[in-house]
Design a binder for this molecule. Structure first.
Ligand code: BJW
Ligand code: ZN
Length: 245
């Protein structure tokens, strides 16, 4: 953990590693959007303090009570719709422009990286602005908020579900392999605003270390990997990322 007197020199070292790298990979989590006013899942004020994940973010919960699950997603879509990208999102767009190889792996479903202008992106946990038909599998964008009718339906008559990945569900086909490839071929891996407890995404951090990649973590709190990474900065992403890149 980098704090106090040694903060300047570590910041400079990390900045130097990032500046020298031709290939950079980034993993983002809910903390990146916290300064945009979107609640995180864990930690102070996190969604899982008020809501139970098992009741809302599992296929079983949706099968039991699709309307309840949709009400929660409709409420969150309303919050996200009012939010704008913050300096952390913008800094990642700038970083992407300067690198030969750059991959943004995000666990976020809010679409703020898209709004900021990020290009190459792997959305491991889907997109809250997309819907998927539970009958025919169709997949389409829908940015209306609030939704006119809950639960929404597909043109085929089937019920729609949010286009996100719930606990117990597989990530989009082939995406973890793409993420692993991006991480192992990077010289620097930035891990920003994630509690790093949800797998398989969290596994990218030790995977990077095993592959000799320099790992830079930015988080307000200590994570299971803070001790293992090369640089762990305890600071708000919207303040530190623009200084780092
Ligand atoms: C700031 C900040 C600021 C705040 N600046 N920082 C191995 C071991 C154990 C369990 C498993 C395992 N492998 C799989 C599992 C099961 C499960 C899992 O990981 N469970 C653990 C939690 C115990 N994983 C799964 O089920 C996954 N699927 C899977 O593995 O499938 C296998 C399979 C294969 C074949 C067939 C079938 C199955 C799927 C995981 C899906 C996660 N879904 C969610 C909801 C998405 C939709 C929605 O939004 O509603 O994804 S849960 C939630 O957590 C969301 C997030 O993307 C994800 C990660 O959270 P994140 O982003 O890290 O946010 P927080 O809130 O946790 O942390 C925020 C951090 O920011 C904090 O640390 C703050 O300090 C920090 N912060 N402000 C910097 N300003
Ligand atoms: Zn359908």
């Amino acid at each position: 953990m980098t704090t106090g007197a040694d903060a300047m020199s570590s910041l400079e070292q990390a900045r130097d590693s990032i500046a020298r790298a031709h290939s950079v990979a980034v993993l983002t989590g809910a903390g990146v959007s916290a300064e945009s006013g979107i609640p995180t899942f864990r930690g102070a004020g996190g969604l899982w303090k008020t809501f139970r994940a098992e009741d809302l973010a599992t296929p079983e919960a949706f099968a039991r009570d699709p309307r309840l699950v949709w009400e929660w997603y409709d409420w969150r879509r309303g919050i996200i719709a009012k939010a704008a990208p913050n300096p952390a999102h913008h800094a990642l767009v700038q970083l992407e422009k300067t690198k030969r190889e750059f991959t943004l792996v995000t666990q976020n479903v809010d679409g703020l990286h898209d709004l900021a202008g990020s290009g190459r992106m792997l959305k491991l946990h889907g997109d809250i602005w997309r819907m998927r038909c539970t009958e025919c599998g169709a997949n389409w964008p829908d940015r209306r908020t609030p939704l006119p009718k809950l639960p929404p339906h597909c043109g085929c008559g089937g019920m729609a579900r949010p286009g996100v990945v719930w606990f117990g569900e597989p990530l989009p086909e082939g995406m973890m392999q793409e993420a692993e490839h991006a991480v192992s071929s990077a010289q620097v891996f930035l891990v920003v605003g994630t509690s790093a407890v949800v797998y398989p995404a969290a596994g990218l951090v030790p995977y990077a270390k095993r592959n000799g990649v320099t790992v830079v973590e930015i988080n307000l709190e200590v994570t299971p990997f803070s001790e293992m990474v090369d640089f762990a900065f305890s600071a708000p992403a919207g303040e530190l990322l623009p200084q780092l890149v």
